[in-house]
Design a protein around this ligand. Structure first.
Ligand SMILES: Nc1ncnc2c1ncn2[C@@H]1O[C@H](COP(=O)(O)OP(=O)(O)OP(=O)(O)O)[C@@H](O)[C@H]1O
Length: 314
């Protein structure tokens, strides 16, 4: 089985920051100030900003591993996981020992923790490192462990600080899928990534740190961040979900949100294109189907997809 029980989330309602400020040292300059941010359950939120503007600081505040100097944080979900920008690799554990330990810290029973650890190592192509000591891992392998520790207890809030950095292409795609599964299961995901095309067009909200403030970016094309513009169709950005099923049927159109378009890729695989605002609902419908569809990939629709969508309309 490739999916580590994303349905296990008991979604929080909304993590809220109001007037939050953080500075290092009593008289240090404010890194963040007057920050208001809402992270509703099931939402994917991107935070952008130039180097050193306070992105990691904000993510640590969201994850609850740092406290603000002023302002309020409410609605923090009980199950939160964080992939820090720098993962401490020198802990005296093997990979499976560390992940099992982290699963227990996240509240899983030992057998369940070990099981989930094995599943996530498999998904990230790192199963053969299970018995390797953490301090013997390459940077890429240790990043897979950093990501796996955050995913194994199906967190209600997942905070990703440059989590794709150092992963190979297959693992980066797997992390994209894991993010889609989390939000589809009602979890919230907040991420920072240096690559402007990372999950472009998929987030429910994008924020930029400017000076010490946080500003919501309404349109990624106009915020000067050099990002890849989301592909806009008739109703805004669209998302393509590629799924494979057991017997080559098409997904039940009655279960998918409207509007949607289904295109067959090959005998087992179909491509479901939906407005980005409907992608969570579509993923939930596909993952909740019995038997469930296997999500092969999730990406922003390209202009070529938009042509395909138009040409399939009656
Ligand atoms: N523990 C700390 N003690 C003192 N200053 C810190 C600490 N952590 C961060 N800072 C300072 O706070 C500011 C914001 O840092 P932060 O790492 O949050 O920014 P960032 O946008 O994530 O940076 P980058 O893009 O380089 O990862 C920087 O000036 C940094 O030097």
């Amino acid at each position: 089985m490739r999916t580590a029980d994303p349905s296990a989330a008991a979604p929080h309602r909304r993590l809220t920051l109001r007037g939050v400020g953080r500075r290092y040292g009593i008289r240090g300059p404010w890194v963040l100030r007057g920050v208001d941010l809402d992270v509703p359950a099931g939402h994917l939120v991107r935070v952008r900003g130039a180097n050193g503007t306070g992105k990691s600081t904000l993510l640590r505040l969201l994850a609850g591993i740092d406290a603000p100097g002023e302002g309020r944080v409410t609605g923090r979900p009980s199950r939160t996981a964080h992939v820090p920008e720098r993962f401490p690799p020198a802990l005296p554990f093997t990979v499976i020992g560390y992940l099992t330990h982290m699963g227990r810290v996240h509240g899983l029973a030992r057998a369940r923790a070990r099981d989930a650890a094995g599943q996530w190592l498999e998904r990230f192509g790192a199963a053969h490192y299970a018995n390797t000591p953490l301090d013997r891992l390459s940077k890429g392998s240790s990043q897979k462990v950093a990501v796996a520790q955050a995913l194994l207890a199906a967190p209600e809030l997942l905070v990703l600080d440059e989590a794709w950095t150092g992963l190979d292409a297959a693992a980066r795609d797997e992390l994209d899928r894991a993010v889609a599964e989390r939000t589809a299961a009602g979890g919230a995901v907040v991420f920072v990534d240096h690559d402007p095309s990372r999950l472009a067009g998929v987030p429910d909200a994008v924020y930029a740190i400017e000076g010490v403030r946080l500003r919501q970016v309404r349109d990624e094309r106009h915020d000067g961040g050099g990002g890849v513009p989301p592909t806009r169709g008739h109703n805004g950005p669209r998302v393509v979900i590629e799924v494979s099923g057991p017997d080559g049927r098409a997904p039940d159109p009655g279960r998918l949100p409207h509007p949607h378009t289904v295109t067959r890729v090959d005998a087992r695989t179909v491509r479901v294109t939906v407005p980005a605002s409907h992608s969570d609902a579509a993923l939930r419908a596909l993952l909740d189907a019995r038997p469930p569809w296997h999500v092969v990939g999730v990406r922003a629709a390209s202009p070529a997809d938009a042509v395909a969508v138009r040409s399939e309309r009656p």
